[in-house]
Design a binder for this molecule. Structure first.
Ligand code: P6P
Length: 301
């Protein structure tokens, strides 16, 4: 295992090097992989060819890293053994349903110093790549949070794997803006419990709607402009839609490292003791005051 803080940990650096190195290859492959693969993932969702391609590239690169002991993916029922070391949890292509509409998506990464399933407190680093007009990567560890621009190395031949891209830090101390500006709430309004609907109505009267259907894209709005993102508990699905290991924990880690807050409606996402690898969780992240109001609103229910 590394020094269990993630800060300047060579294994953590190698993980994010690998994800950055693969990003241009994933992005270049998307135009030809907008079709359904004909399979479902362990969460029962339709898997696109893009999801499978990203999963395979990331599995090959990450399991080859000395110090990575397990590769765990939203697209795979079980962990893939890679020897001794950190467990790396991946959502290979979060928001892949945006492929057809040509909107944002990305890869979510969680580096746990424990076998999975594990609570988010066992994370030593987390982050995400975002395929927008440019490719960016947000990296959070014990030293803080930074934003990087990822570009294909002009001399890369495409076979270079993790060496195939350059990482340029554009903000070495990413913190949540003090003044919230935007919100994004997932699910359908008729499916929201009354207490969340009431909270949403208040927030809608204060902030601007930014919801694009991919968690990484919508969370990055909050990271950039301040505010709140939620995929809430639903009347018929109290656990909501997002997966704890691959989406909730990594994003909660990033936002809390930036000075924000996360919640499942009653407390930090990172404190949840999971039962299974693919557990779902209601996810609320953003400025602390907005999360405090959310918890008070749901507590009144
Ligand atoms: P809905 C994408 O499929 C995803 O897992 C997240 O990236 C996103 O936040 C959510 O689902 C969108 O769900 O119900 O708004 O389509």
């Amino acid at each position: 295992m590394g020094d269990a803080t993630g800060a300047n940990d060579p294994v953590v650096e190698a993980v994010f090097d690998a994800v950055a190195g693969i990003a241009p290859e994933i992005r270049d492959a998307l135009p030809g992989r907008r079709v359904e693969s004909g399979t479902e993932n362990p969460s029962g969702e339709t898997v696109l060819a893009g999801d499978m391609y990203a999963d395979e590239l990331l599995a090959d690169a990450l399991t080859a890293i000395d110090g990575v002991g397990a590769f765990v993916s939203e697209e795979r029922p079980e962990a893939t053994d890679a020897g001794e070391g950190y467990s790396v949890a991946i959502d290979p292509l979060d928001g892949s349903s945006n492929l057809r509409s040509n909107n944002t998506m990305g890869t979510v990464i969680g580096v746990y110093d424990a076998p999975l399933p594990a609570p988010g407190r066992d994370l030593v680093a987390a982050g995400y790549t975002l395929y927008g007009p440019i490719t960016t990567m947000v990296v959070a560890d014990e030293s803080g949070v930074r934003e990087e621009v990822v570009e294909r190395d002009p001399n890369a031949t495409g076979e270079d794997g993790p060496e195939g891209a350059s990482r340029s830090v554009v903000d070495e101390d990413l913190t949540l803006p003090d003044e919230p500006t935007v919100y994004g709430f997932g699910g359908r309004i008729p499916d929201w419990p009354d207490a969340f609907l009431e909270y949403a109505r208040e927030v809608e009267s204060e902030l601007k709607l930014r919801y694009g259907g991919s968690m990484v894209g919508d969370v990055n709005q909050v990271v950039t402009y301040g505010g709140v993102f939620a995929y809430p508990t639903l009347v018929d699905d109290p656990e909501g839609k997002l997966r704890l290991s691959f989406e909730g924990n990594p994003i909660a880690y990033v936002i809390e490292r930036m000075g924000g807050a996360s919640s499942d409606g009653s407390g930090s996402i990172l404190d949840i003791e999971p039962d299974g690898l693919h557990d779902r969780v209601p996810l609320y992240v953003g400025n602390e005051a907005l999360i405090d109001r959310l918890e008070a609103a749901l507590d009144d229910e």
